[in-house]
Design a protein around this ligand. Structure first.
Ligand SMILES: [Zn+2]
Length: 322
């Protein structure tokens, strides 16, 4: 299921139909918006063989429809990850190492067996180490036969310029609330929940689907956003107390809280800029304050990812911005 991104789909579909498909693409944009889903759907589309297709049309690569059927053997095998001419690469514990990219090089040295194309989706491409990126560059420079690579990332600036110059870049943006809402309404969810899911998914269909699967995740986000709103009314002592409790949690849980806040603040900044009159609910923080907070959160997220900083002290620094 693809939510939004019709422009991107149309572009790829037309490129295919006109025989102008690039051999490598980079899909970039915020997390959880459906970049990987669209990449996999497109690979299904390229390989879709519905029972109704004539052998002549199949040989010419003609398509009866502009979407994959989702039920033929190829579509199902791609979905299950067992299609021999498609591979999905993702980081093994944070990093994508050179050994994984060497396997990919070998995979691309083989001829396709059931498809006209050999295809690979490289998820979180920014997690390739420098060595891995150099190894991938070789595969990218010398593709054998008909190859298609789709790199997925939220951080295109962490990818080597030599790779970037060899891929066609396609930008993905947040999905309109109305599109997410229309999709969720089809899933027999209570009306009160729909509004919450749409609000808290902040234009990211992937988050909306996570909430549908696991309502606990929605409650967690709701609680953390409430905390964030309350913090501005607390005095510094109460904010430090909050941090004391928060810093007792596992590092990955703290990172989760920071990313919830950061997404939430970005969304608020966008909305504040969009609407001339401020939403009364948003009065507790000024725009300048939100920008300062988000800057500090970004710095903290970077420090958490790269150094062993004292969590409590770092969070206290953040509390000074509230
Ligand atoms: Zn199909």
């Amino acid at each position: 299921m693809i939510l939004g991104h019709q422009k991107q789909w149309k572009f790829l579909e037309n490129s295919y139909k006109l025989g102008r498909l690039s051999h490598a693409y980079l899909f970039y944009g915020p997390s959880h918006i459906g970049k990987k889903t669209l990449a996999i759907e497109f690979i299904k589309f390229l390989n879709c063989l519905p029972a109704s297709a004539t052998p002549k049309a199949l040989q010419a690569g003609e398509k009866e429809s502009n979407k994959p059927c989702g039920v033929c053997r190829n579509c199902r095998d791609i979905e299950k990850g067992i299609f021999p001419d498609f591979t999905l690469l993702k980081p093994d514990n944070k990093e994508m190492k050179i050994a994984q990219l060497r396997k990919l090089e070998y995979y691309f040295s083989l001829s396709p067996s059931r498809s006209l194309f050999k295809t690979a989706v490289i998820d979180q491409a920014h997690s390739m180490t420098q060595e891995a990126q150099n190894s991938f560059l070789k595969t990218l420079e010398e593709p054998k036969g008909r190859a298609l690579f789709i790199l997925i990332t939220e951080y295109p600036d962490r990818i080597l310029p030599t790779i970037l110059s060899r891929v066609q870049k396609i930008k993905f943006s947040l999905v309109d609330k109305s599109e997410i809402s229309a999709e969720i309404k089809e899933q027999s969810v209570p009306e009160s929940q729909i509004e919450k899911i749409v609000d808290f998914s902040l234009g990211r269909p992937g988050l909306a689907l996570n909430f549908l699967k696991d309502p606990k995740k929605l409650l967690e986000i709701e609680q953390r956003v409430k905390d964030f709103n309350k913090l501005s009314q607390f005095d510094l002592f109460a904010r430090f107390q909050y941090v004391q409790e928060l810093s007792k949690q596992e590092p990955q849980d703290i990172k989760k809280v920071l990313s919830i806040w950061s997404r939430h603040i970005r969304n608020r900044i966008i909305n504040t800029l969009k609407s001339a009159e401020q939403n009364p609910k948003q009065k507790n923080y000024s725009l300048i304050q939100l920008q300062k907070i988000i800057k500090t959160i970004s710095k903290l997220q970077f420090s958490f990812a790269t150094t062993n900083i004292n969590t409590r002290l770092a969070l206290e620094t953040l509390m000074l911005e509230f």
